[in-house]
Design a protein around this ligand. Structure first.
Ligand SMILES: Nc1ncnc2c1ncn2[C@@H]1O[C@H](COP(=O)(O)OP(=O)(O)OP(=O)(O)O)[C@@H](O)[C@H]1O
Ligand SMILES: [Mg+2]
Length: 234
């Protein structure tokens, strides 16, 4: 579904990604793990088309998308929930979800789309008319994910979704990811919560200093404390 090969990216003159290669097959959950500053966010942003200076190959569903603008990648079915969730605090949950539809240029089935998403996110269903800024951090993060899901992406990239969220919501969120996978959504997950992430992933890549240093089945990495200690400390 997603095949990244030899991806390089720069911020100004800093050469951040130095030949990243990874792939995510349809229906998989794949984790991208690594220390702070390893380049995880930059990998997702470059894949989404949000980093100007880049080289290499990003193939999504058989199509080279490296030079397509972000909104076209989005239309192709690639969703992205950035680290800093971009919900609109002054709007209600329902209005935020509507924004996801507007972005998808798929306004015709609005009520249906919002109903569908509310079924998947019961916590939001109870709060459709609540103002987003009055919700907890975890609920806001759920909303950011729900909004990305409204457009029915085929694959979604999530950057540290559980960061700063209370444990009960983290549990709910990981259940949600498992449900999303059951619905056929492919997930590329960046998480500091390594054990939880590996627990629901099929495979994982470990990144350090702008390159992938390990690739393995999630269960293998879960059992390898030495690698976790070496590359996953925050
Ligand atoms: N906008 C930017 N301009 C310049 N340098 C940047 C920018 N964003 C990130 N960097 C640098 O790029 C490197 C990789 O950052 P990135 O955000 O991809 O890491 P990360 O693996 O997501 O880390 P974290 O776990 O802290 O989120 C870091 O050295 C960072 O300082
Ligand atoms: Mg990051």
């Amino acid at each position: 579904m997603l095949v990244i090969e030899g991806l390089n990216a720069w911020y100004e003159r800093s050469h951040i990604l130095q030949g990243v290669s990874l792939k995510v097959d349809e229906g998989e959950i794949v984790s991208l793990i690594g220390r702070n500053g390893a380049g995880k966010t930059t990998t997702l942003r470059t894949t989404m088309g949000l980093v100007d200076k880049r080289r290499g190959s990003v193939v999504f569903n058989g199509e080279e998308i490296l030079d397509l603008p972000a909104h076209i990648r989005f239309r192709r079915g690639l969703g992205y929930v950035p680290e800093e969730r971009r919900i609109v605090g002054g709007l209600s949950v329902r209005e935020n979800l509507r924004l996801g539809l507007v972005a998808a240029a798929n306004k015709s089935r609005e009520a249906e789309a919002i109903d569908r998403i509310a079924e998947t996110f019961p916590r939001l269903k109870e709060r459709l008319d609540q103002t987003a800024e009055t919700m907890s951090g975890g609920e806001q993060q759920m909303l950011a994910i729900a909004r990305a899901m409204v457009s029915e992406p085929r694959m979604i990239m999530l950057d540290e979704p559980s960061e700063g969220i209370m444990p009960v919501l983290v549990d709910e969120m990981f259940e949600l990811f498992a449900n999303m996978r059951k619905q056929g959504i492919t997930i590329l997950l960046v998480e500091q919560n390594v054990e939880r992430a590996l627990g629901i992933s099929d495979r994982a890549y470990i990144m350090d200093q702008g390159v992938i240093v390990h690739a393995a089945a999630a269960a293998t990495l879960l059992a390898d404390k030495e690698i976790q200690d070496r590359y996953c400390s925050v």
